[in-house]
Design a protein around this ligand. Structure first.
Ligand SMILES: [Fe+2]
Length: 249
């Protein structure tokens, strides 16, 4: 499996708070069958976490990869960020101030949960027009999308990828989020599922339960598409695969 959304990079956001915690998260991932994991620290959250590309961040990432190797981990680490969408997002990408997913044209982005959907579309389209491909983090958690899931259909029609959180499908964020996540699944709107892990305990990097859930509910092939095939395509800059999206009418 490939997990494209994790807060493993230690000490830079609300994810792993130490190198030990980061390594524990990596072991959990590896032991559950993850072979490639992308570290995606929060970036560009006003007055909380900036985490723009810097020599310090580069050094920290190098430190994590060396420690992981020294600890005997075999899983491969890739770089990315969960970039909060503001007016500046297209410039951050163009200027290389935020890491895309493994250096491809795909980038992981999140919105304020109560964002104006017109602003989302405006920003996504601007990024697309500059040659970047959005992967939208946990759309099922956004209030505006819970109210109007047709927005997700429109995003998919534009070629924007939707990344669901494992915890949403497993009911860890409440019924409304779970129902929205299932609706996105049932309408063929999911590009991939990731952990969005923040610690070795709650919201962890372990992917065993979600693999079992997806295999049971949607079959082995579809589980593999969402947990391995599409994430691999994202990390190598290839087109996403999936069913034809179904509108909500
Ligand atoms: Fe996240």
């Amino acid at each position: 499996m490939i997990d494209i959304h994790t807060h493993v990079l230690p000490g830079v956001d609300d994810g792993a708070d130490s190198m030990d915690a980061a390594l524990e998260m990596l072991f959990l991932a590896e032991n559950s069958g993850v072979d490639i994991l992308v570290t995606t620290p929060h970036c560009n959250i006003p007055e909380e976490y900036d985490n723009y590309v810097s020599p310090d961040l580069e050094r920290l990432w190098g430190h994590l990869t060396r420690e992981a190797e020294r600890a005997g981990l075999r899983l491969k680490l890739c770089r990315g960020m969960e970039i909060f969408a503001t007016e500046e997002l297209p410039d951050l990408l163009t200027d290389g101030r935020a890491w895309t997913l493994n250096g491809t044209r795909y980038f992981l982005t999140e919105f304020d949960f109560g964002e104006d959907p017109a602003f989302c579309r405006y920003i996504l389209d601007r990024c697309r027009n500059r040659g970047f491909r959005p992967i939208i983090a946990h759309p099922e958690r956004y209030y505006f999308l819970q109210e109007d899931p047709e927005i997700a259909y429109e995003w998919c029609r534009q070629g924007y990828g939707l990344q669901l959180n494992k915890g949403s499908l497993l009911g860890r964020f409440g019924r409304q989020v779970q129902e929205t996540a299932v609706a996105l699944m049932d309408h063929g709107l999911t590009a991939c599922v990731a952990s969005d892990a923040h610690s070795p305990y709650l919201r962890s990097t372990h992917m065993g339960e979600i693999r079992d859930y997806l295999t049971e509910e949607y079959g082995e092939d579809y589980a593999r598409l969402l947990l391995a095939e599409n994430p691999a395509r994202i990390l190598s800059g290839k087109e996403l695969l999936g069913y034809e999206p179904i509108p909500f009418d």
